[in-house]
Design a protein around this ligand. Sequence first.
Ligand SMILES: *[C@@H]1O[C@H](CO)[C@@H](O)[C@H](O)[C@H]1NC(C)=O
Ligand SMILES: *[C@@H]1O[C@H](CO)[C@@H](O)[C@H](O)[C@H]1NC(C)=O
Length: 434
Amino acid sequence: MLLLPPLLLFIIPGSSDLSAVITGPGEVSGPERGSLTVQCRYDPGWETYLKYWCRGAEFRICRILVGTTGSELEVKEDRVSIRDNQTSRVFTVTMENLTREDADTYWCGIERIVADPNVQVKVTVGPGSAAVITGPREARGPERGWLTVWCHYDPGREPYVKYWCRGADFRNCTVLVRTTGSELEVKEDRVSIRDNQTTHTFTVTMEKLRREDADAYWCGIERTGADPGAPVKVTVGPGSPAVITGPGEARGPEQGSMTVQCRYDPGWETHVKYWCRGADFRICRILVRTTGSEQEVKKDHLSIRDNQTSRMFTVTMEKLRREDADTYWCGIERTGADPGAPVKVAVGPATTTVSTTIPTPTTFTAPVATEVPTSSRNMSSLHPEGRSLLSSVHFLLLVFLKLPVFLSMLGAVLWVNRSQRGPAGGGPPRSENQ
Ligand SMILES: *[C@@H]1O[C@H](CO)[C@@H](O)[C@H](O)[C@H]1NC(C)=O
Ligand SMILES: *[C@@H]1O[C@H](CO)[C@@H](O)[C@H](O)[C@H]1NC(C)=O
């Protein structure tokens, strides 16, 4: 070959068998900030030759950006890498972090002593792809509450996997939850994600927020090459002030029942209310919850009913056992930290309940309230449900023995009250106005 350079130079330009040595895709496109991959194939016999990727409209004077060493090792220069697979006789060029300026004419080339085999590849960088995904930039939630982030993506990305990632550096962030490419909700620990492929939006919800959750996060879309991502700064604020008041304490007789009423501020009518057990509100166990309506919900020996007109919900615990004594919470479900009011529930022995578990109608709570200590600043009302008592021996006892005693006691108390308080004495207790 070396003996015939003039002849070769004569033949090579426009020679069809040369361009057949190597084939490429002709054109490739990648999104701005994304990456693209080009694969060029070559004929048998060229395996150990150096391959390269070259930029410029004219092949003869194009600038080589990256080239192999004749082996299968990957070589990387800046944002461009090349790797030769000598088994499949394909070499692959990857350009990362694409910018608009990368759009140009490139060449796949194979180095040899004269007239390198080559094939032209036109590279375009897709417009608008920088905005493939947008997020809220910032999201804020209260401690113990939750927050929701909506991320929008461009049409065409529907079947891609979407994810929520934590960390300042997008490329090294920790994926907390990812979709399956479908619209199914996926939940991991306290974080859930759901894609709506009709509205091109996916929703991330972080629950039971802790202060340590505050960090840099990313809405991301998985794909070959650099994933598009939108940063979201998450901050966690202090919990919210109370919008719910309860009796503080409540007491019921063993085997009997007990009713607790909790009031809430206007605006919370249609929120789900619940009754939760455990000293720590954040991790208490929800025993029964409303559906956001006024319908009573019953579960085991518990029931809950919301009265949205009087903004009060009633929890009834029946068939009380000694083990039921604990700290409970009236709670309201909402975005952000749930408001809650603690209720200490005591269960007294069935026989000595006369003085503490009188079936007191709400309008007569004043005498009872005066016996309940400090925590009763909120409305307190204890009246066992007659429904459950009908079937019990205690009911008969109550009617024939305790009730007459109680009524006479009540009469006496009211008498004393009325004469002490004057005209206002018969009205509702002061605390009910809170
Ligand atoms: C080369 O390609 C073959 C066939 O596609 C594949 O099995 C092999 O793993 C590739 N080698 C390398 C180093 O990627
Ligand atoms: C891509 O661009 C970003 C921002 O310009 C830069 O931080 C990063 O190092 C680049 N990645 C590569 C592989 O060059």
